[in-house]
Design a protein around this ligand. Structure first.
Ligand SMILES: Cc1cc2nc3c(=O)[nH]c(=O)nc-3n(C[C@H](O)[C@H](O)[C@H](O)COP(=O)(O)OP(=O)(O)OC[C@H]3O[C@@H](n4cnc5c(N)ncnc54)[C@H](O)[C@@H]3O)c2cc1C
Length: 477
């Protein structure tokens, strides 16, 4: 079989690798000059950074063993610390009830903690009598935490990050992303017990090494990985798929038996030749929504000032929503003094922040950073590089009419046309799931599995950051 793969991120490279194992001929088209997609490392101010604070949450030991074999090195266990900066105080994140009581003070903490206890106890009874599962994130979080803790930790944080209030997001989003202590864990936290967070993994030399190693393996196994090659259109023809790409060597046309798309599914469907994708499906694809991110990389001049946690969230008035120090990342000063910080601005394509010129965004970041007591004027930050990602978080609800229309179409187009990965399936997944989806997509293209199995990877309600069901609330409580 001949398989064309669109995108050399982890899903695309995972698909290419599996398709080669299954005996196909494979050609990968990647529009960027480098492989890795969202899981890339890049350079600024003479240092290499990851795009975002990536660590690998591989919950399955065989995934880790496979990646270590591929990289020829052990993946280092890491436990990045996280905090949320709110009203001039620093709280632990994911929240810890003992920490909340200590930082907020007993008077401020008592009512939210009582509401939490009531919510947990009430939830147990309600589950026993068969209360229906919540559909939206707000209902889920209020039931899990009580309204005051929801208002304190979830409402502003999620609204600023995602651009939608929790009442308009699915409960699944919360179950996968927000660690909620069960009653026993919550009581233990209040009694001062510490529990070590599950480790995630990090490859020496930067997160971009995973994609680089995958691309090498695909090439060694006889596949072709073309960078600087953008798929511009495609069409179905007599049981085949014709792909047209613009490459640095000029236009390329390929006839393949199957195409596995891992770029944005909306752009992919809209790029099909006239008549290939029905108009209602194109209209549905055009309605899929994404949240964008602007990454503002800074360096530190003068006295380097550290952040109090590896990753900080800012639900307040600051222009940025997250900040972190890409310390010790690819080529960075391993274990040494911080060389700068990255500030993430979450926005919507076309809004005031997205449209602002780089100089203005950089100035706003520096102004708000200077007001943080742990940075202040001492840090003397300088903006080094600004990176804009237009499609960062896929936002449409898996139950929405537009996504269902797109999926219904793709299910019928398989095994000739398959779409997978974070933007290819329009699901907010992590690297481990992107890799798994890619491998499954190759199997779908070979007719070995139904396409719905790809989506199932993303729709598992378990907490995605390695905590597992037991630790963080089971059925999403
Ligand atoms: C800031 C940030 C932090 C993150 N943190 C973590 C973390 O800590 N842990 C974790 O596990 N995950 C994390 N993730 C998520 C993780 O990066 C993604 O889930 C994963 O990399 C997605 O891989 P993918 O292959 O599905 O998609 P992508 O990486 O988006 O790959 C798609 C590729 O397709 C290419 N493409 C698109 N259109 C075309 C076209 N027309 N022609 C040719 N090529 C095209 C793109 O250039 C891209 O390379 C984070 C993501 C970000 C952005």
């Amino acid at each position: 079989m001949r398989i064309g793969v669109v995108g050399a991120g982890l899903a695309g490279l995972g698909a290419a690798r599996r398709a080669l194992e299954l005996g196909s001929r494979v050609e990968v088209f990647e529009e960027q000059e480098t492989v890795g997609g969202l899981a890339s490392s890049l350079r600024a101010a003479g240092l290499a950074f990851d795009l975002g604070p990536h660590t690998l949450y591989a919950r399955e030991p065989e995934v880790l063993r496979d990646l270590e074999d591929l990289l020829g090195t052990v993946l280092r266990p890491v436990r990045p610390t996280r905090g949320i900066w709110r009203d001039g105080r620093l709280y632990r994140f994911p929240f810890h009830l003992g920490d909340f009581a200590r930082v907020a003070g007993p008077l401020r903490a008592a009512p939210p903690l009582l509401a939490y206890l009531a919510a947990r106890a009430g939830g147990r009874v309600a589950d026993r009598i068969g209360r229906a599962d919540p559909v939206d994130l707000e209902t889920w979080a209020v039931r899990s935490l009580g309204r005051p803790l929801y208002a304190f930790f979830v409402l502003d944080h999620v609204t600023k990050n995602i651009g939608l209030p929790p009442s308009r997001l699915p409960a699944l989003w919360g179950r996968q992303r927000i660690a909620v202590p069960r009653l026993g864990t919550g009581l233990a936290q209040l009694a001062g017990r510490e529990e070590e967070a599950p480790a995630s993994r990090y490859p020496e030399g930067g997160i971009g090494r995973i994609a680089a190693a995958l691309a090498d393996r695909v090439t060694q196994d006889g596949g072709l990985v073309r960078t600087g090659a953008r798929l511009v259109s495609w069409a179905r023809a007599a049981g085949h798929v014709v792909l047209r790409a613009d490459t640095r060597d000029g236009p390329v046309v390929r006839t393949v038996d199957s195409v596995v798309n891992t770029g944005p599914v909306d752009a992919f469907l809209l790029g099909a030749d006239t008549g290939t994708v029905p108009e209602p499906v194109r209209a549905a694809a055009a309605r899929l929504r994404h949240r964008a991110t602007v990454f503002v990389y800074t360096s530190t001049r003068g006295v380097p000032a550290d952040l109090p946690r590896d990753l900080l969230y800012f639900p307040g008035k600051q222009v940025f929503s997250r900040a972190y120090t890409p310390r010790g990342y690819a080529g960075g000063p391993a274990g040494g003094a911080p060389a700068g910080h990255c500030f993430e601005i979450h926005c919507d394509p076309g809004d005031e922040l997205w449209d602002a010129p780089d100089g203005e965004l950089g100035a706003r970041v520096l102004r708000d950073a200077a007001r943080l007591p742990f940075l202040g004027a001492r840090a003397r930050l300088r903006v080094e590089r600004i990176v804009r990602i237009r499609r960062h978080y896929p936002l449409s609800d898996p139950g929405s009419a537009e996504l269902r229309a797109v999926e219904h179409h793709l299910d019928r187009a398989a095994p000739h046309v398959v779409s997978a990965g974070r933007l290819g399936s329009h699901r907010y997944v992590n690297m481990d799931s992107a890799l798994r989806m890619g491998a499954l997509a190759a199997e779908v293209a070979h007719g070995r599995r139904p396409p719905g199995e790809i989506r199932r990877v993303a729709d598992d309600p378990a907490f995605v950051e390695g905590g597992g069901r037991g630790r963080c609330g089971g059925r999403g409580r």
